[in-house]
Ligand binder design. Structure first.
Ligand SMILES: *Cc1c(COP(=O)(O)O)cnc(C)c1O
Length: 301
């Protein structure tokens, strides 16, 4: 894997306030490889390939709509690597073709194994079984979060990002915020917008980052993975106003919560805030399939 040749633009979201808000467009790296997923996989895959495996093979885990599954499949295709996705939920086995994320992953060459939710939860046993069966393979954890991933996130920070007071990202498994926290400047504060309810998250991020310059903020309205009408409306309004597409699981929730915090004057005047647009746009297709079935407003894409 190479460092993408494009330099990632930072654009201002005009607020007409005494606070300035900017978005760093990691989403532009690739439609199927969310910005942060690319960087999280960067060292993982490169250090594996450096060991010259005879028959390179990537295995990873995810739910049926997972941005991480989409990213690993797309990277596998670009790098001519075989990929296997361990997918949560046996019930999907017979209808995965209806799922846009899995369909695209399969078109990118990924094979699947569907496992029960109980088995999926017990990653340790699952990993042991896979290691035995595929001793040559690189087994990447769910969401790609590990120490290599944290190192890769360093590439999201540049000379330009040093001038901001706050760095914001959406949080799932915590690897992205851990990397931003680890490599942030001394004076910068890091805000993570939690899209998932995981009580161990703070300690996990803290262990990976080794710093305490970050805060975790609740950003889910309702349950993880749940898309409310309010959220859809925010995403559609945001696109109309600023011309930038957000996703329903991560960046839409982050920006909505960030706007609410700015409205409530939770940031000091003159603050310069940078939010990372981590992508996740492939998830819109699957979300819209669900919304269509429920006869609800769709995300405009
Ligand atoms: C996976 C993902 C995140 C969360 O990243 P973690 O490192 O798992 O916390 C944020 N935004 C998008 C778009 C993602 O796909």
């Amino acid at each position: 894997m190479k460092i993408p040749a494009i330099s990632i633009p930072i654009v201002e979201i005009p607020l007409e306030k005494n606070i300035r808000l900017f978005l760093k467009r990691e989403d532009l790296i690739h439609l199927q490889i969310s910005g942060n997923k690319y960087w999280k996989l960067f060292y993982n895959i490169n250090s594996y390939l450096d060991r010259n495996p005879a028959d390179p093979f990537l295995i990873t885990f995810g739910g049926a709509f997972s941005n991480h599954i989409a990213a690993v499949a797309a990277l596998g295709k670009e790098g001519h690597l075989k990929t296997l996705g361990i997918i949560r939920g046996e019930e999907i086995q017979d209808k995965w073709q209806e799922n846009p994320t899995l369909k695209l992953a399969q078109e990118n060459g990924m094979d699947f194994r569907f496992v029960t939710r109980e088995m999926y939860r017990d990653k340790e046993t699952l990993t042991q079984i896979l290691e035995k069966e595929f001793p040559q393979a690189l087994i990447i954890p769910e969401g790609g979060t590990n120490e290599h991933a944290v190192e890769g996130i360093k590439y999201m920070l540049t000379e330009e990002t040093k001038s901001f007071d706050y760095l914001c990202t959406a949080v799932g498994t915590g690897g992205t915020i851990a990397g931003i926290s680890k490599f942030a400047e001394e004076k910068q504060q890091v805000l993570g917008f939690k899209a998932v309810d995981d009580p161990s998250l703070y300690n996990k991020v803290s262990d990976l980052s080794t710093r305490n310059n970050f805060q975790l903020i609740e950003a889910h309205d309702g349950k993880y993975g749940k898309i409310t009408d309010e959220n859809i409306r925010f995403i559609n309004d945001f696109k109309q106003k600023f011309g930038i597409q957000l996703d329903p699981v991560y960046t839409g929730k982050m920006m909505k919560t960030l706007f609410e915090m700015i409205e409530k004057k939770e940031f000091p005047e003159e603050s310069r805030i940078l939010a990372f647009h981590t992508g996740g746009l492939q998830g819109i297709f699957g979300a819209n399939e669900l919304l269509k079935k429920q006869n609800r407003e769709l995300i405009r894409f």
